[in-house]
Design a protein around this ligand. Structure first.
Ligand SMILES: *[C@@H]1O[C@H](CO)[C@@H](O)[C@H](O)[C@H]1NC(C)=O
Length: 232
């Protein structure tokens, strides 16, 4: 709680949180191991290339207590006490004026955000043989795409250039824990010589392919992945 010293509280943006945390601090004075945890966020949510929502949120023990939502243009509280507090803020001219000012500040970053959005983080793609037992088919390949953003992606298996639909299982797009995603697709197949199996990855109007060449039971995986822009 000592983060919320008076200097920070002089900064307009944080007045709301300081009010709440200082009043909590007076009530809650427990040792650190049993500390209560409060945090506040100011968010610019860019909803389209010309619109945004500005949010101020105050949480206590991870529960949302008070929120300003610029679409509503007022503060809302989510417990009885927080409701009273929020109603007070919503009647306060300086609070509302500051919120409108902050929203305008968000707006000044709009161009930058949409510029950044047009530069996706491209996946790194890998095709690897999977060693397993007890399958009706004799072999399995995994195609993995790592560290991509945004989440939308499509993995397709091709066998000698033909799309394969059967014997394919895929995971969802899994969060990597760093705002990026990974996904895995598995193909069961019966090995036959001189076949070419390809995993095609489509992400943000680009295509990457990884190819496995089968020589009987021997799998050679080409480590070469290249991207080309689709014409779509
Ligand atoms: C903000 O308010 C708008 C309008 O009611 C609503 O659609 C939107 O979900 C709200 N945002 C949040 C984060 O509550």
């Amino acid at each position: 709680m000592n983060l919320w010293n008076e200097n920070i509280c002089k900064h307009n943006n944080f007045i709301l949180m300081c009010l709440i945390f200082f009043s909590l601090e007076m009530v809650v004075n427990k040792p650190l191991a049993h500390a209560f945890y409060g945090h506040g966020t100011l968010k610019c949510q860019f909803t389209s290339s010309h619109d945004l929502v500005y949010l101020e949120q105050v949480y206590f023990n991870k529960r949302l207590m008070v929120q300003y939502n610029s679409t509503l243009g007022k503060y809302e509280g989510y417990t009885k006490k927080a409701k009273d507090l929020a109603d007070g803020f919503s009647k306060s001219k300086p609070f509302l004026e500051q919120a409108v000012k902050n929203r305008e500040k968000c707006r000044t970053h709009m161009d930058l955000v949409f510029e950044l959005q047009s530069h996706p983080v491209e996946p790194s793609v890998r095709v690897t043989p999977v060693v397993r037992q007890g399958s009706s088919h004799q072999a399995m390949l995994a195609c993995s795409a790592y560290n991509f953003y945004p989440k939308q992606i499509r993995l397709t298996w091709l066998r000698n250039g033909e799309k394969v639909i059967n014997y394919v299982t895929s995971t969802e797009e899994l969060p990597d824990g760093n705002w990026l995603y990974q996904i895995h697709s598995y193909l069961e197949y019966t090995p036959s010589p001189r076949e070419e199996i390809t995993c095609m990855v489509e992400h943000s109007n680009k295509i990457a392919v990884g190819t496995a060449l089968l020589f009987g039971s021997f799998v050679f995986v080409a480590g070469l992945f290249f991207y080309k822009r689709t014409t779509a």
